[in-house]
Design a protein around this ligand. Structure first.
Ligand code: PLP
Length: 413
């Protein structure tokens, strides 16, 4: 549908199908679920590569044959070893990234290192992921002022306003690199410039960025970059990662800590002799099985490279917007490709119920209030799957196929 007409957003207007000679489709066979569903939900849970099953088998085999010796064989250093697999994906040097159980806890660890008595102010925005907002709100009990800069349009947040909210009492600014609701890519430059000028730390959540847009912590000039493998990195739950600017690592003293941060953990000393490197941000026993499961996805994304993934993502999100325009569906996603991440959100009536009806048809997607139905193609997505998903939204609305899925708390429109 809509592929012959001149679309405002680009590729769908061409009339030829670029996906027929799309080399990235060669990776499809490695992802079993792509054979049984239209997988439009890589912003939430990336498709699992079959190799993750082999990796989990290897985890079990080591455990079964080597028992406790698995720690010295592979497990004790795995948080940092896998960090070295993530490092090139974010422009970091080896040795500067460690794994954490989740993005929220990684934030909590970094926040616990701030001197909030001397600088009792943290700046964020209202579009940040709620889990981080909850964490920040918890600091108010200690007298910390949390400044939440609002969005004017529910899609973006003005970076200049965020920059203007910082002063010399500000300990940190916490932002999502790509906003989860709208896929808006933050303009971090005014924020990092203001943060440098006033001595505040920039703590950036790249969960919706790494794996779908190129990320390079060097030119971004941020202090802390956090992400996770669950979504665009196809690595499954339980794996998040933390990069801290190398010069800053030894300056920060997280109060949320543990024995993995100790220089000699197996001395079991009663007081912490903190390491100077990225290991000082570790706490206790890592989630080893999750780290095994995460590696194949990371390696595939690393082998493809962020350039081809981004080029395809921009083309396919443009196609989705063109299809939406042709069908008269409203999208809450930036039109400017430079500011648009990997997701297109369709803000249609009865969105939750429509998303459930899509799932019932095998089109996997999600729904977020104030955003809509989120469709997130990835490097493995075919163009005809985009066309089918949008056509299904149109059909489900036309036939009221969504009705059985409506929740009592939703306003039916
Ligand atoms: C931008 C962003 N940050 C954080 C999270 C949650 O991270 P975690 O569950 O690892 O704490 C999400 C999850 O959807 C997210 O999209």
């Amino acid at each position: 549908m809509g592929t012959e007409s001149a679309g405002a957003n680009g590729e769908a207007a061409k009339g030829n199908d670029p996906s027929t000679d799309d080399p990235l489709l060669a990776w499809r066979g490695r992802f079993p679920i792509l054979g049984t569903s239209n997988y439009m939900i890589s912003n939430s849970l990336g498709a699992v590569p079959a190799a993750a099953g082999d990796a989990l088998g290897a985890y079990y085999a080591l455990w079964a044959t080597r028992g406790v010796q698995s720690w010295q064989d592979a497990w004790w250093t795995l948080s940092a070893d896998l960090g070295n697999v993530v490092a090139p994906l974010i422009g970091a040097a080896p040795g500067d990234v460690v794994f954490q159980p989740c993005v929220t806890l990684a934030h909590a660890i970094v926040l616990s290192a701030l001197d909030l008595r001397r600088r009792p102010r943290i700046v964020t925005d209202a579009m940040h992921f709620p889990s981080i907002l909850y964490l920040l709100d918890g600091l108010q009990a200690d007298g910390v002022e949390i400044v939440r800069v609002d969005s004017d349009d529910g899609v973006s947040v003005d970076a200049e306003r965020i920059a203007a909210a910082m002063d010399d009492r500000t300990a940190a600014v916490c932002l999502s690199h790509v906003l989860f609701r709208s896929a808006y890519i933050h303009d971090l430059t005014p924020v990092t410039t203001a943060a440098r000028a006033c001595g505040a730390l920039t703590i950036i959540d790249g969960y919706q960025a790494v794996g779908v847009i190129p990320v390079d912590v060097g030119p971004l000039d941020v202090d802390v970059y956090i992400g996770g493998v669950l979504k665009w990195l196809c690595g499954g739950p339980g794996g998040a990662f933390l990069w801290v600017r190398p010069e800053l690592q030894s300056e920060l003293r997280p109060r949320i800590t543990g024995w993995m941060a100790h220089r000699q953990p197996f001395d079991f000393a009663p007081t912490l002799d903190r390491r100077d490197d990225i290991w000082r941000f570790l706490t206790g026993t890592p989630n080893i099985s999750a780290l095994y499961a995460a590696r194949p996805g990371l390696e595939i994304i690393g082998a493809i490279g962020s350039g081809p993934i981004r080029a395809k993502s921009m083309r396919q999100t443009a196609r989705l917007l063109d299809l939406a325009d042709a069908a008269g569906l409203r999208c809450t996603t930036p039109r400017d490709p430079a500011r648009r991440g990997g997701t297109v959100a369709f803000d249609v009536p009865n969105g939750y119920a429509v998303s459930q009806a899509l799932k019932a048809r095998g089109i996997l997607c999600d729904f977020r209030p104030q955003a809509g139905i989120r469709l997130s193609p990835h490097f493995y997505t075919r163009d005809d799957e985009l066309d089918a998903a949008v056509q299904a939204i149109v059909d489900i609305q036309a036939t009221a196929e969504w009705r059985p899925f409506a929740r009592s708390r939703d306003t039916v429109t």
